[in-house]
Design a protein around this ligand. Structure first.
Ligand SMILES: Cc1cc2nc3c(=O)[nH]c(=O)nc-3n(C[C@H](O)[C@H](O)[C@H](O)COP(=O)(O)OP(=O)(O)OC[C@H]3O[C@@H](n4cnc5c(N)ncnc54)[C@H](O)[C@@H]3O)c2cc1C
Length: 308
């Protein structure tokens, strides 16, 4: 919790931003490169090609910059459409993850719905799958409502993330299962108040398992975004006990995290998709990840030392 607050403050610091823009994405010793492919779609495509040639599938995870106006939201939406066209031309797998705040969720709900539609239209035409990521709990209900609105308008090439740490997520899973929507289950990455979220690992793991069982029993093409070996084993064991084929669900893991586990899970016969974050909003994203995993701060120190 404390480390999340510290790295949250660093994310907002001008000094850190100047340092990050100068050194953070350097090819050698750039601390950002450990967590993100880079700031352009071409950086991400180059990483995706390597990931695919190693036998994994991938999803590109777009990180936009803060959106404070309709004009910003419009620019971010146009950027996403350009990314879709660039990915389609590159020949890599067509799978993109987006955050609704990047498409104007904090500016105006109706605009955000329109912008998501502007992304889903070319994505549908080019046979993409688009994953809507789940942000902090201020946006959970809105994200579900917007997703459901577009689902009811016939957009079926989209799915969304649900977070095991939110106490509401079991009910949200039932709602998404009833729609037939593809859910990816993750533990949850934000500092949330106790009234909405479990805090202890034991409670979050229990919730993850309950939702995982619901998704495998009643869901459509679920995915599990985790690097937690015990939860991966529990998922595989439950699926096997119900004779659910290994290709009926996927494990998703982040680029650069526990690569030995990624290889092991794939060798054990499961589908593994690597999520590759990229985009102009890489710096606050990296700070959030350092807040969740402070041991990774060594990459930041390595950059600091090499910058001197
Ligand atoms: C594909 C994908 C998509 C995600 N999308 C969302 C989302 O939409 N909304 C959201 O709130 N969260 C999202 N997350 C983040 C998620 O909620 C967790 O915060 C994150 O995955 C860490 O939890 P874990 O299940 O891997 O378990 P943990 O118990 O945190 O980690 C298990 C092991 O993996 C290692 N590990 C995990 N993450 C890292 C890391 N970043 N760096 C170094 N080591 C690490 C640790 O060493 C630990 O031993 C996503 C995660 C993934 C993998």
């Amino acid at each position: 919790m404390i480390s999340r607050l510290v790295f949250g403050a660093l994310a907002a610091s001008r000094g850190m931003q100047t340092f990050a823009s100068k050194y953070g994405l350097r090819r050698r010793y750039g601390f950002g490169r450990q967590f993100v492919a880079g700031d352009t779609v071409d950086d991400a495509i180059a990483v995706a090609q390597r990931v695919e040639s190693a036998g994994f599938s991938q999803t590109l995870q777009y990180l936009g910059t803060p959106v404070g106006s309709m004009a910003d939201a419009d620019a971010a939406t146009r950027a996403c459409v350009a990314i879709i066209n660039r990915i389609a031309a590159s020949g890599i797998g067509r799978n993109l993850s987006v955050r609704l705040t990047d498409l104007g969720l904090t500016v105006d709900r109706a605009t955000c719905v329109d912008n998501l539609r502007r992304v889903l239209d070319p994505a549908t035409a080019q046979e993409f799958f688009v994953r809507v990521e789940m942000e902090d709990s201020r946006y959970t209900q809105l994200t579900l409502d917007i997703f459901q609105t577009l689902w009811q308008q016939g957009y079926r090439n989209a799915g969304l993330d649900l977070q095991a740490y939110l106490s509401r997520s079991l009910d949200d899973t039932r709602r998404m299962n009833a729609l037939g929507a593809r859910v990816r289950l993750v533990k949850g990455a934000y500092a949330e108040p106790r009234r909405v979220a479990y805090r202890s690992k034991a409670k979050i793991d229990r919730a993850f398992i309950a939702i995982m069982e619901l998704l495998l029993s009643e869901g459509t093409g679920p995915a599990f975004g985790t690097h937690d070996r015990a939860l991966i084993d529990a998922t595989r064991t439950f699926a096997a006990s119900r004779a659910i084929a290994p290709d009926a669900y996927e494990f998703h893991m982040l680029y650069g995290v526990r690569e030995e586990l990624q290889a092991m899970v794939r060798q054990a016969g499961s589908l593994v998709r690597v999520a590759i974050p990229f985009g102009p909003g890489w710096f606050p994203y990296v700070m959030q990840r350092l807040g969740n995993h402070p041991t990774d701060v060594r990459f930041l120190f390595r950059t600091l030392i090499s910058a001197r």
